[in-house]
Design a protein around this ligand. Structure first.
Ligand code: 9G3
Length: 567
């Protein structure tokens, strides 16, 4: 390919509205351009990478025995009404009407579509297990699209769905997908961890997220420094035994704490360690008020509340709701003498607080010497807090550390959630009709591309892993006006291309400095410069990743490149 006519517009400066490296570099290297907020075009260079990632995914899906198909992006609302999800999703589900005013969704995922497709054409256990997948754009109207294609409103996803006759069969399908994901992300040279995750609205029990380690990741991974334990902080269970302080129980007192609302302010003002404070947070759980207590130095984990109460919706109360239920403003609420309609649940750590402090449910006042039993009661104690760095690992081995991660994959065991809702049944060997046992498996393909850039770049630009690089070789004649340079470059272009390398030749009439800067920005693995020694048939080869440069005779070029590219 000749760069003089190739659409890969580079930018010298960092775009002001791009906050992370992958977004900046993908714009500057001409891989993507924004159409509107959260909506992007992939230019030729970007699409070539996307297709390389897709091909790796396809190879590993097929190796795992999955079959590729393609489902429609527009989905009739009836399917989502049948599964009960039409009302469950709000503004994030992009909806439209056709010319007959019928309702449709732009597909954010395809459980409903795939389940009805299988329902209508698969009826016998003899056809199972079956795993089907597609690679297609998804639509989710994110409230805050950001970080380029890392969180966009239209994005490329590989979504797979497995259908089995038993839960044992699902375990096998799940493990095959799990292993395929590990191979995919290894081939993309991503440093990732598979972490135990929360299944969220999808129900089902087991689920893992594949997280690419990155400081800009929006997810926090809790991992052990001594074992392979790793979990999304949302569900990482806390495994700590708290022991009560052995001090005499004191009489409760009200104290003035004017303007002291936060744990830190109250702790400092009352001269009490934060471990003695009881943090009270009011939640509205499926429309009912629930006061959640955690120790002052801990954070409430709303996913754990949801699991404990088997709830659909768990939201923090607004200021008005807090006033309504607690008769005071946030910062002064506590568990003593609250409205009897309010359920009180607490993290295990609260049970060990002696002579603690908490809000007095009156603005500007707190209680001290508060003790469970005599001053307040708790309906249920449970693990309701976020795990913290330094906590013991739940598997008993080592200590918990945190790392940020970018979620590039998510695999779920769905069970019969959709097959029952949509009637996807199979006749078992005894002729009995049973609901199929399903799993679903997603990879954010465009997000994976951005994650590769996040992990593979330096101050000069992208450094593509060879398996996903848009081109293998950047061929640069320093001066197109010099006959020997131009002719040797053309000869090498033909030789390398016929040796099955993908070559971009910079045949522009640009100064060498501009060409070299763009080459570093594009980040192909190998750069060949045809310069002064062209008349000796000698070129300079530079390895982008290491910066190593060496002079190579033209007839040794193919073998040298093969040794560098495919080692
Ligand atoms: C929606 C909207 C957003 C959504 C969903 C539905 C996430 C939704 C979860 C999944 C589960 C798996 C198959 C591939 C892997 C992920 N965001 N999820 O169901 F209507 Cl607006 O998509 N689906």
């Amino acid at each position: 390919m000749k760069q003089s006519t190739y659409l890969a517009p580079t930018l010298r400066d960092v775009p002001s509205d791009a906050d992370v490296k992958s977004h900046q570099l993908m714009l500057r290297a001409g891989l993507i351009r924004q159409s509107t907020s959260g909506v992007y075009s992939f230019l030729p260079l970007g699409l070539k990478v996307l297709q390389k990632v897709e091909n790796i995914i396809r190879e590993e899906m097929n190796r795992a025995g999955a079959q590729q198909l393609l489902m429609p992006a527009i989905q009739p609302a009836e399917l989502w009404k049948e599964s009960g999800r039409w009302e469950a999703y709000g503004p994030e589900l992009m909806r439209l009407h056709d010319r007959h005013n019928r309702e449709f969704a732009l597909g954010p995922t395809h459980e409903e579509v795939i389940t009805t497709l299988v329902r209508d054409d698969v009826h016998s256990y003899k056809k199972l297990p079956m795993t089907l997948y597609q690679i297609q754009n998804k639509f989710r109207d994110e409230r805050r699209p950001r970080f380029g294609v890392l969180r966009s409103r239209e994005f490329l996803m590989k979504d797979a769905y497995s259908f089995d006759t038993s839960f044992e069969g699902l375990d096998i399908s799940y493990d095959k997908m799990y292993d395929a994901y590990s191979r995919i992300f290894n081939r993309c040279e991503l440093d990732f961890r598979a972490v135990v995750a929360d299944s969220g609205a999808m129900g089902g029990k087991d689920t893992h997220e594949f997280m690419v380690l990155s400081d800009i990741g929006e997810d926090t991974i809790a991992y052990s420094d001594e074992s392979d334990y790793a979990a999304n902080i949302e569900i990482a269970e806390v495994n700590v035994i708290y022991k009560k302080a052995d001090e005499a129980i004191k009489e409760i007192e009200v104290v003035d704490t004017p303007g002291k609302k936060t744990i830190e302010e109250v702790s400092a003002f009352l001269n009490l360690p934060v471990e003695k404070l009881i943090k009270s947070v009011l939640f509205i759980v499926d429309d009912k008020p629930c006061l959640v207590l955690v120790r002052g130095d801990h954070e409430v984990n709303d996913v754990k509340i949801k699991h404990l109460l088997d709830a659909q919706i768990v939201e923090m109360a607004t200021e008005e709701e807090t006033k309504k239920w607690m008769n005071t403003v946030p910062g002064y609420i506590g568990p003593k003498d609250v409205n009897k309609d309010i359920t009180i649940i607490a993290d295990h750590a609260v049970e060990a607080v002696v002579n603690g402090a908490c809000g007095a449910n009156e603005e500007g006042k707190h209680f001290i010497n508060v003790n469970l039993g005599q001053d307040f009661t708790v309906e249920t104690f449970a693990d309701l807090r976020n795990i913290q760095e330094g906590d013991p690992s739940p598997d008993g081995k080592g200590t918990i550390r945190f790392k940020e991660g970018i979620e590039v994959g998510h695999v779920f065991k769905l069970g019969t959630r959709y097959s029952e809702a949509m009637g996807a049944m199979f006749l078992d060997e005894n002729g009995k009709n049973q609901p199929m046992i399903m799993g679903c498996y997603g990879i954010g393909v465009s997000r994976t591309l951005a994650a590769v850039v996040e992990q593979h770049h330096d101050e000069n630009g992208i450094i593509w892993p060879s398996a996903v690089s848009p081109f293998d070789i950047h061929l640069i004649p320093v001066n197109m006006k010099q006959d020997d340079q131009r002719e040797l470059a053309q000869e090498l272009y033909e030789d390398l291309t016929s040796s099955r390398f993908e070559v971009l030749m910079d045949d522009r009439a640009e100064r060498p400095g501009v060409k070299f800067k763009d080459a570093d920005l594009f980040g192909f693995p190998i750069r060949i410069t045809v310069g002064k020694k062209a008349n000796e048939g000698v070129v300079e080869l530079k390895v982008r990743k290491t910066g190593e440069t060496l002079e190579v005779k033209k007839d040794e070029l193919v073998t040298t490149i093969e040794s560098l590219l495919y080692k």
